[in-house]
Design a protein around this ligand. Structure first.
Ligand code: 5AD
Ligand code: SF4
Length: 475
């Protein structure tokens, strides 16, 4: 596949369009406002930061109230039907806001609209929607918006594409402690249940120097927690042929001076290597956390899912990772009720969870996605049977998480204090090196600092702690 790069000149041209929109808007409205509503995964959060970056260049302020927004952008997810239903419900509800403010522009973008049937549905049944564009068109959002504004017509930009890499899109990040840092886009794995490869295109990596430059800027700006993002970060660099793989990239970022943490997600088990585990163990800034989705504990199901590993191989990999990092925090994703999954096959997932003992599990009931191979596999089991399995797995997951958290009680942990909870007691939130949530009491001026806390309590969801006496680690 040839690598498609959007040139800096093309992005500059988009920024020039932002300036044009700025002039147009400010002739009319004193303080134009935009609302960006994001669904789904961290990649989508990162995309929304680009949308907000462009909107800020156009001169928009931001609001969470759709009634005062001059432009609403809904950034959608297609991974499960539930997310799509929520999007459609919320887009439908914008009828009221558009009635109250007829000049309001409503844009819907992201993975959901990259599916032909969904773009069609929006075209036919949601006339309030002015602009629809897929993930491949995000880099030219200003141009699309200008066209809608000046030609007063609906615009649908969802052409099929393998995807491109665009550098230099302005970003407007949320918060000042944690930052998303996209290192690659797309996915080549085609797990049979998953829509992502169809809507986000082929795997393509950003150049190492562009990533390292952005990481250095983030550290200089004071960010303390960088999460490297990709659908499968372990295959980083394969498309570049520069001899830089994901472990090398971690090392390059680890070499940036400063006190900060490197996190990443998501890792595909088929591509996680000994070199990665060793690098994680050796790089002092790399968090000892891997999110390693197993999806199922049964070999027939794993094969039907096209996952390219067996239960045994997964368990061996976890053992190896733990050998390098005895304090490793391990989290996973699991799908319950994949087409044809029997009671016995589901039991293998339960036994794998009991054997591996994940710190946290994200569990999902299988959701049929149009156009994926699994959608045409026989699926004889009822929703009720799947729900029963799901409920059982939830109990197992919650019990293990609670036990894992209980083991922290009485220990000291170095945490990054990252925000306020809005509650009186335990007013601050923090994360351990492994990413476990800690609630504690303290002055909000501590936000952004690494501190040592003594863990006093824990449940399935979180740990509770107090700042340790004699804590002199002022990050
Ligand atoms: N149904 C249910 N869960 C899914 N996931 C991906 N596709 C589906 C689907 N069709 C889950 C996987 C993946 C996580 C992000 O979402 O577990 O790891
Ligand atoms: Fe979907 Fe599999 Fe790619 Fe993850 S690795 S995005 S589950 S196809």
């Amino acid at each position: 596949m040839t690598r498609t790069v959007i040139s800096p000149e093309q992005i500059d041209a988009q920024k020039a369009v932002c300036a044009q929109i700025y002039d147009l808007l400010h002739a009319d409205i004193a303080r134009p406002l935009a609302m960006v509503d994001t669904y789904g995964c961290q990649q989508n959060e990162a995309d929304s930061e680009k949308l907000r970056g462009y909107l800020a260049e156009m001169g928009y302020g931001f609001t969470q109230d759709e009634f005062e927004a001059d432009v609403v952008v809904v950034n959608t997810c297609a991974v499960r039907e539930h997310a799509e239903m929520r999007v459609l419900g919320n887009v439908g509800a914008l009828n009221h806001t558009k009635k109250a403010r007829p000049s309001q522009i409503i844009a819907v973008c992201g993975c959901m609209v990259q599916q032909e049937h969904m773009a069609e549905k929006l075209k036919k049944s949601y006339p309030i929607v002015d602009l629809v564009f897929g993930p491949h068109e995000l880099w030219r959002f200003p141009e699309l918006l200008l066209e809608v504004m000046t030609k007063h017509r609906r615009l649908f930009a969802t052409a099929k594409s393998d995807g491109a890499v665009a550098e230099g899109i302005p970003l407007r990040r949320d918060g000042s402690v944690k930052a998303w840092l996209s290192i690659m886009y797309g996915c080549n794995n085609f797990c049979t249940y998953c829509i992502v490869p169809y809507v986000r295109g082929r795997e393509r990596s950003r150049l190492p120097e562009d990533i390292v430059r952005e990481a250095r800027e983030l550290v200089e700006q004071g960010y303390k927690d960088l999460t490297l993002l990709g659908q499968n970060v372990n295959s980083y660099g394969k498309d570049l042929n520069l001899g830089v793989d994901f472990a090398d990239l971690i090392r390059m970022i680890n070499d940036i001076p400063g006190d900060f943490l490197i996190r990443f997600m998501t890792s595909h088990p088929k591509d996680a290597t000994k070199k990665l585990f060793r690098t994680m163990a050796e790089c002092e800034k790399c968090a000892h956390h891997i999110h390693l989705p197993v999806q199922s504990g049964n070999d027939r199901i794993l094969k039907a899912m096209n996952r390219h590993y067996t239960r045994e191989k997964y368990i061996a990999q976890v053992a190896l990772a733990r050998q390098y990092m005895p304090d490793l925090v391990l989290t996973t994703d699991i799908i319950v009720g994949f087409p044809g999954e029997t009671d016995e096959e589901f039991e293998d997932t339960i036994s794998l969870c009991e054997e591996v003992r994940f710190d946290a599990m994200f569990t999902f009931i299988y959701s049929k996605r149009v156009g994926t191979p699994a959608a045409s596999m026989p699926d004889p089991f009822t929703r009720e049977q799947k729900q029963q399995h799901f409920d059982r797995l939830t109990v197992v997951a919650n019990t293990i998480s609670a036990e894992k958290h209980a083991a922290y009680i009485g220990t000291e942990q170095r945490v990054l204090i990252d925000g306020e909870t809005g509650r009186d007691a335990y007013n601050l939130s923090a994360r351990t090196n492994g990413g476990r949530l800690v609630h504690l009491q303290g002055d909000p001026s501590l936000i952004g600092q690494f501190r040592t806390v003594t863990i006093t309590d824990g449940n399935t969801w979180a740990l509770y702690g107090t700042l340790s006496a004699g804590d002199t680690d002022c990050g």
